[in-house]
Design a binder for this molecule. Sequence first.
Ligand code: ATP
Ligand code: ATP
Ligand code: MG
Ligand code: MG
Ligand code: MG
Ligand code: MG
Length: 269
Amino acid sequence: GRIMAKSKFEYVREFEADDTCLRNCWVVIRLDGRNFHRFSEQHNFSKPNDARALHLMNRCAQNVMQELEDILLAYGQSDEYSFVFHKKSNWFKRRASKFITHVASQFASSFVFYWKDYFAEQPLLYPPGFDGRAVLYPSDQNLKDYLSWRQADCHINNLYNTVFWSLVQEGGLTPSQAQERLRGTVAADKNEIMFSEFNINYNNEPLMYRKGTLLLWQKVNEVTMKKIKMPQEAEEKEVQVTRSRSQTVPLHCDIIGELFWEEHPELLS
Ligand code: ATP
Ligand code: ATP
Ligand code: MG
Ligand code: MG
Ligand code: MG
Ligand code: MG
């Protein structure tokens, strides 16, 4: 690199805190939309689940995985997304602030950049923001439990929201009446209300709403035609070139049980 003269001001760098993530730990960065309760209302999200918004979130997370280094997988639901960096990653010397700020800013700029692809009829009214945090998990079991925790959160919230909005939209209750009606109910009660009063079998609700979205890498073979000039021949000729490329794929599967990890042994190896 370039040689920089040291000035007498250099010492201020010593005030920077060391935020290196402990080696051998899984680094999880979780983002969450700032004040999305309001954002979703102002942008006329359908309740309880706006599919456009969820697909936009997934698109942003795919951009983050493609643009940044060493992300093994990502999991998202509602206005949040978690990114898991390889435990052996040495990206930016494992500085937590670099992980968090790159993920959050790449995600936020993608959210604005891709907005119109998902919300053709709905203008973006103001610039949204996302908070970010880094959490280290020293064991594979901790990481599995982290992801299970987020998916359980998705399930609990979605079950509540689905019955709540049925009571309001179909049942004609006010939001506070619906809240009152649901006070103290357990999962079985909520399923029963949905089934008997609104003919909804919760298990038939879309998987993306019930399970959230997991993004994994998948290798694909890309076949393209390429023009090449052979030294002995006058004409250029077209040949098939097959390249292996990695792309991210969305899944809406159960990640709480052991089955998922048994089916994807390569992830933690
Ligand atoms: P904070 O800034 O503390 O995160 P918040 O208003 O974003 O505040 P959250 O707990 O993150 O609170 O909840 C996000 C809210 O955004 C949900 O409760 C829901 O109202 C709304 N929301 C997010 N995604 C969607 C979606 N796809 N469809 C409908 N509503 C959504
Ligand atoms: P890193 O990702 O490590 O920050 P970088 O390429 O952004 O890499 P910086 O040291 O941040 O490296 O330098 C930013 C570079 O961007 C400058 O060296 C310059 O080439 C370019 N740049 C930034 N702002 C301007 C500007 N207003 N006009 C012209 N060039 C600019
Ligand atoms: Mg929050
Ligand atoms: Mg939020
Ligand atoms: Mg949230
Ligand atoms: Mg720079």
